[in-house]
Design a protein around this ligand. Sequence first.
Ligand SMILES: [Zn+2]
Length: 157
Amino acid sequence: MARTKVPKRKASRTAKAAKRTTAHRPRRSRAAVVPIEPVRGATRSDVGGVRLEIGRAGAARVKRVVYPAGFRWSVDMKPAVGTDLCMHGHVGFLASGAIRIEYPDGCALELVAPQVVAIEPGHDGAVIGDAPAVLIELDFEKATVERLGLPTAHRHV
Ligand SMILES: [Zn+2]
């Protein structure tokens, strides 16, 4: 290319095009670019930018949940779920990344991998930092809280 008269305009046009591309890319697809192997024996779905892989093991379900960087439950998941807070209990293992759990009384919990996780129903949650958070969970669907012996809500003993 001998034409060097308008490099700035060219560059800015390219930058604009790149911005446009980014803006049009749906936010929901971020989990899809996480470079990890699919879980064998699991069924995969994507909800609110979260990649969910669920397999049955005995009476339980084993799940790998990948939350993308920037994820916040009350922003990204709440519209799909319809409750004010996440009403699931979570028991498992944070395999990578970091998350912050917030209870409605103002208590917050920062969990950093590798870390055992027990989260009571009734919380908001967000990914901290630039990396996705990968959570390995066990659940019993609607009987999760009861069967895993979790409190039914966050409270102070
Ligand atoms: Zn509290």
